[in-house]
Design a protein around this ligand. Structure first.
Ligand SMILES: Nc1ncnc2c1ncn2[C@@H]1O[C@H](COP(=O)(O)OP(=O)(O)OP(=O)(O)O)[C@@H](O)[C@H]1O
Length: 359
């Protein structure tokens, strides 16, 4: 009988997330894994640069035996041996998302015996991935509740198609993860945000994003603070053209929900600002504690935590269902979903209480 847990990479979302979560849990739980039909639902299936660099970084961290770690590979086996936290450096030479590489290795390094520093060159603000500012402003406060402490520095911003961004992630290990209760929205307090532009793009793009977003929030909540700063990344910190917006809403109970959009070709600043603010307004109106993108990113932490975590989210995304599928297969946990009004869901899970074997 095979000693590998088999994960179907085509299940539901069928993107890179099943692969990332499967390998991350494989290392933490020391369970060999085989991932088949990798990214089967994407136009170019198999491992792309981002996934391959993530796999190879995890291989180095865990001294794993890996088969199938080549570009476009649709199947791989991964047998981890250890967790070695220290300094690692990755240069993707593309605009591969830096934050998605961090998404893959961060939970693992929490269970190592020492502090780690991961220096990655790639894309800092690219579509279909968390922007670095989202990681700093939304992921960080949410993970803090689990007891996670990290510092993310952006040395250089990098956009599609050239990349050239560079970040440094410093991470402290922990003994175990706390369970979290992220189900009390409390009172909406304020919106903060940043509209940025870089390279040869005109500043009106950022002002359009700012005006549209502020107008929408002020229209709905005229008495609440809404402060969106406009700024240009200086040329020594961002060589190429790029623009985007990051908004966060804060509540009296410490919930932080975010909406972040990166500008693509023919950027319409008004449209970007209004899309991001409408998304954020939806969370505030429906008292959602965990935004659409944070949902799937917290599943792995809930599965590993000591005790029962509960998060109040909006409609479940395919990414979240995929993350739940992988966590249930790999860690033997069970996620319970309760449905409320206005598309709200309460996601709960009794975590396995994973202990750090190196501390
Ligand atoms: N605007 C956004 N803000 C924050 N997080 C985001 C945003 N867009 C996507 N994400 C997150 O990025 C991750 C994307 O996972 P997904 O599997 O789709 O990407 P991927 O690995 O690049 O694979 P693929 O290329 O197969 O789509 C998810 O965790 C998702 O929540």
């Amino acid at each position: 009988m095979s000693c590998f847990v088999e994960i179907d990479g085509s299940y539901l979302e069928g993107g890179g997330q099943a692969l990332r979560n499967a390998l991350t849990l494989s290392v933490i739980l020391n369970r060999p894994v085989r991932v088949v039909k990798i990214r089967a639902n994407r136009p170019k299936p198999g491992l792309s640069h981002q996934h391959l660099h993530g796999v190879n970084l995890l291989r180095d961290i865990s001294n794993a035996e890996v088969n199938g770690n080549t570009l476009h590979s649709t199947e791989l086996t991964f047998t981890p041996r250890t967790i070695a936290g220290t300094m690692y450096k990755v240069d993707t030479r593309t605009a591969a998302s830096i934050t998605l590489i961090y998404q893959m290795v961060m939970p693992v390094l929490l269970f190592s015996g020492t502090s780690s520093r991961i220096d990655v060159t790639g894309g800092t603000n690219v579509s279909f991935a968390p922007q670095v500012e989202y990681m700093q402003q939304v992921l960080q406060p949410n993970l803090k509740r689990f007891g996670v402490s990290f510092d993310l520095k952006v040395l250089h911003h990098g956009f599609y198609p050239r990349g050239n961004g560079r970040c440094m992630l410093d991470l402290e290990p922990l003994r175990s993860l706390n369970a979290v209760q992220l189900n009390d929205f409390g009172q909406f307090r304020s919106v903060k945000g940043a509209a940025y532009y870089a390279g040869r793009l005109p500043k009106c793009i950022a002002f359009d994003m700012q005006h549209s977003a502020e107008r929408e929030i002020h229209r709905l909540w005229p008495d609440h603070e809404c402060n969106i700063q406009v700024f240009k990344h200086p040329p020594d910190r961002a060589r190429d053209n790029g623009a985007g917006i990051i908004l966060t809403a804060l509540t009296s109970t410490g919930c932080v929900v975010g909406a972040a959009t990166v500008g693509e070709k023919n950027i319409d600043g008004h449209l970007i600002g209004s899309n991001a603010s409408c998304e954020l307004a939806g969370y505030i109106k429906n008292e959602i504690c965990v935004d659409t993108h944070m949902q799937d990113q917290l599943i792995i932490y809930m599965a590993l935590a000591s005790g029962c975590s509960r998060i109040r989210a909006g409609a479940l995304t395919k990414h979240t269902r995929t993350a739940i599928y992988v966590a249930e297969q790999m860690a033997g946990v069970k996620f319970i979903i309760e449905y409320g009004n206005f598309g709200q869901t309460l996601i709960s899970c009794e975590g396995i209480g994973q202990r750090n074997a190196y501390m």
